[in-house]
Design a protein around this ligand. Structure first.
Ligand SMILES: Nc1ncnc2c1ncn2[C@@H]1O[C@H](COP(=O)(O)OP(=O)(O)O)[C@@H](O)[C@H]1O
Ligand SMILES: [Mg+2]
Length: 367
């Protein structure tokens, strides 16, 4: 008989919450249910606003965290309706509003809004939260945290597999399949810039299937300028967020290139996302036999097409082809990390995050 955990992920896209209920049996795991709940527009706007300095933000952050816990609890209710029975714990990522590891005083911080105590009260289930800060305290980036799970779920002996999660930001996991350590890092913008441009010009939260981008033409000068951002040339370990790639970043580039057609900008942003991932893969694990794509970006057909075009020798596949649909991967990873916490096992990989050591991640709020 296995142990059931719930993983809740709300990433930098700020689109909403993906939750999965996962059964673990030894090293085996199976997703028994997936539920998604979109943020309502006011909630999304406030979470987005809290990503930049603003008025009375401690108060607003506390209330936004409570609202997030209520949304999380709705997702938990939905999952438990589909799969009744005991749940050992919920692992709740929280909503990242600042990500500045290693900066300022040398340790810096990563900040996820969350109200784990309220979530434990609302659900009656133990909650594991604050999964990133321990790695930052140990001198790491606090991100990405999913590579250990990617290895457990997608790794193969004697085969070099790469996994890219394309959320608001994209992060790459390299599984060499030999004695070399697993590596992973944030590549740069995933969907976040495409989403904001699509909202601004079409009033839609994202470019469904990448259809709008597909009708545009890449602006080479804009692409080249974007690719000159120093982040892309930094060696890993590295991680990023909306702190680095935001509307003002894009507006700065566009101000120097007036008159571009919005649809061509969308095509360029799509190509940018594909190019940084492809360049990173070629640079760091050229022998990769397959690139598995997860996160909402896997549903953007134009992005997938551009990624494959940029990597002619490497098959680019949705994670669904290895049995885990793209929108379930990150949430399942956090369920896995929550379980690691309860079992006293480390969840981070020091080779990935650059921390002094791998650590047990998270804090427990008992049922
Ligand atoms: N059908 C689709 N077509 C194009 N893009 C999509 C589609 N579905 C989801 N996405 C993209 O995926 C994003 C959500 O991905 P997700 O993995 O949840 O990211 P995050 O972890 O940052 O929240 C959306 O904001 C959107 O950009
Ligand atoms: Mg999301």
């Amino acid at each position: 008989m296995g142990e059931n955990y719930i993983g809740l992920m709300s990433g930098t896209s700020i689109d909403g919450v993906d939750g999965v209920l996962v059964e673990f049996d030894g090293e085996r795991m199976q997703v028994l249910a997936h539920a998604h709940r979109a943020f309502d527009p006011a909630q999304r706007a406030e979470l987005l606003a809290l990503n930049t300095p603003g008025d009375n933000e401690l108060h607003r952050a506390a209330l936004a965290a409570n609202a997030l816990a209520r949304t999380y609890a709705q997702v938990v209710t939905e999952l438990r309706k589909r799969v009744p029975g005991p749940v050992r714990a919920i692992a709740a990522h929280g909503q990242t509003v600042r990500h500045r590891p290693g900066q300022f005083d040398g340790i810096g911080y990563t900040l996820q809004l969350n109200a784990p105590a309220l979530l434990a009260e609302l659900t009656g289930i133990a909650v594991v939260a604050d999964l990133r800060s321990r790695d930052v305290a140990a001198g790491g980036q606090g991100a990405p945290l999913v590579p250990a799970f990617h290895r457990a779920r997608f790794g193969r002996d004697s085969e070099a597999v790469a996994v890219v999660n394309i959320g608001g930001i994209s992060n790459l996991t390299l599984l060499p399949g030999d004695a070399r350590p697993v590596r992973g890092f944030d590549c740069g913008p995933g969907n976040a810039l495409m989403d904001l441009w699509c909202l601004r010009h079409r009033g839609l939260p994202y470019d469904d299937g990448g259809q709008w981008a597909a009708g545009g033409t890449v602006a080479p000068d804009l692409l080249a300028a974007a690719l000159r951002d120093p982040y892309f040339a930094l060696p890993p370990p590295k991680s990023t967020g909306r702190d680095d790639f935001h509307g003002a970043w894009l507006d700065g580039l566009l101000a120097e290139r007036p008159g571009l057609h919005p649809q061509d900008v969308q095509a360029t942003l799509c190509e940018l996302t594909a190019r940084v991932i492809a360049d990173d893969l070629v640079r760091h694990l050229p022998a990769t036999t397959v690139l598995l794509v997860c996160g909402g970006g896997a549903l953007n057909r134009e992005l997938m097409r551009r990624l494959q075009a940029a990597l002619p020798g490497t098959p680019v596949q949705s994670s669904a082809e290895r049995g885990l649909p793209p929108l379930q991967v990150e949430a399942a990873a956090f369920a896995w990390l929550g379980r690691a916490c309860l079992h006293g096992r480390s969840g981070s990989l020091k080779e990935v995050t650059g921390a002094a050591g791998s650590r047990v991640l998270g804090a427990l709020y008992p049922a």
